[in-house]
Design a protein around this ligand. Structure first.
Ligand code: SF4
Length: 403
């Protein structure tokens, strides 16, 4: 192992430690700074407002713990994320946050917010509901209004005025970190760095938790260390990972995919490229810039939780495959994630029509049967390898796209 690899591993281990116990990180931060921490829910929260109020914005993460105390507060057929955050609230783990804020509102998230209100009576649980319909002028005006309400509530909670200069400063630091992470995505896509999917996820997910200045400093350190990191040498099957809203897939799943002879070259996961896809404009009124960021995010990486005639996820995916040269797609879908389930037939239709090999994997909070998945993953890798071999010998016989 080279010194560069050592340095990268040490930095990424620090990030993985933050992700594996985000509650401990928040506790430590509050003790160190004496400031407030605000739990925010995915996927479109403008964290810059919280940062500008001097508090720590933290995306509440799914926990590895089995759902127990919260089980009777939320329907069994809600997604893993909504069940886990309800459970964490019921166990009073989220009481360390001074308030919980959200702007997104799928059915499961609304259910979780109600359950959290019930389980955390001493904490404000506030929804500034942003419209999901993205094409109308009325939605733009509505987001403006909600953003103002959100700002007022945050000011009340923190006791600090949220000044435009402070928002601009938060935007600058967050943009800089996002840009570094996007450069790392580009290096991985081009094969210039052999960064595993587990490592890549830790890089993104820790940015949902850590203090912005500390995170930016770590990203600068990581980018410098990666300058000497080994490139990709072999010609493994290249895959794009797609989907998995609101929470991080288990890293063991990434390991399994890579052990089956594939490498992940790109993704549009929420705890992946989707999270860092879009910067906030640094000129003009920062409140307007945050509003525009909300709309632009769905153009840059479309999401099936939003409705927009001019942005479609399948079109984005085909372009992403073209850009990365990925041979196929693994769709990671959280079980009972309605917005993803309802859109999936569109994705499948496109992959079949375009001859893109794909595999759907449904994830659950507890009991992900990794060994059973191995066979399906190996079949996908084999299908792609056969296609490659056939293409190399000038044949075009293999038409199947799914396994
Ligand atoms: S978008 Fe999907 S994963 Fe996110 S809270 Fe809603 S159902 Fe759960």
């Amino acid at each position: 192992m080279t010194a560069a690899t050592d340095r990268v591993n040490i930095i990424v281990s620090r990030l993985e430690a933050v992700c594996s116990d985000y509650i401990a990180y928040v506790k430590g931060w509050k003790e160190r700074t004496g400031r407030k921490a605000v739990g925010v829910l995915p996927m479109n929260f403008p964290v810059e407002l919280v940062q500008a109020a001097g508090a720590l914005p933290v995306f509440v993460q799914e926990s590895d713990e089995p759902v127990t105390d919260g089980r009777n507060l939320i329907y069994e057929y809600y997604c893993a994320y909504s069940k886990s955050i309800t459970d964490q609230a019921a166990k009073q783990w989220l009481d360390l946050f001074d308030g919980i804020f959200a702007v997104d509102h799928c059915v499961a998230l609304l259910g979780a917010l109600d359950a959290m209100r019930f389980a955390m009576p001493s904490r404000l649980v506030y929804l500034a509901q942003f419209p999901a319909s993205m094409d109308e002028q009325a939605s733009v005006d509505e987001v403006d209004k909600r953003m103002r309400e959100l700002r007022r509530e945050l000011e009340k909670l923190t006791g600090a005025a949220i000044l435009p200069e402070a928002i601009s400063e938060a935007i600058r630091s967050r943009n800089e970190a996002r840009q570094i992470v996007r450069r790392l995505f580009a290096l991985r896509r081009d094969g210039a760095i052999n960064l595993s999917a587990r490592m890549m996820q830790a890089v993104v997910q820790s940015g949902m938790i850590m203090d912005a200045a500390e995170y930016l400093e770590t990203m600068l350190e990581l980018e410098a260390a990666l300058a000497d990191f080994p490139p990709v040498h072999d010609r493994k099957v290249k895959l794009h990972l797609s989907g998995h809203f609101c929470h991080a897939p288990r890293p063991e799943l990434f390991d399994m995919i890579e052990q089956c002879g594939a490498m992940i070259v790109d993704d549009d996961l929420y705890t992946g490229y989707r999270f860092v896809s879009t910067d906030v404009a640094e000129t003009g009124d920062p409140a307007i810039a945050l509003r525009d960021w909300y709309f632009q995010r769905n153009v840059n990486v479309p999401c099936s939780t939003r409705a927009q005639k001019t942005a479609d996820w399948e079109g984005y995916l085909l372009q992403a495959l073209e850009r990365s040269g990925a041979d196929g797609v693994i769709i990671l879908m959280a079980k009972f994630c309605e917005p993803h389930m309802l859109y999936y037939p569109e994705l499948r239709k496109t992959f079949r029509a375009q001859g893109v090999p794909y595999l759907l994997i449904e994830t659950e909070h507890e009991g992900l049967a990794l060994e059973m998945l191995r066979t399906r993953l190996e079949s996908l890798v084999e299908l792609i390898s056969k296609r490659r071999a056939a293409e190399a010998s000038g044949q075009s016989g293999i038409k199947e796209t799914s396994v």
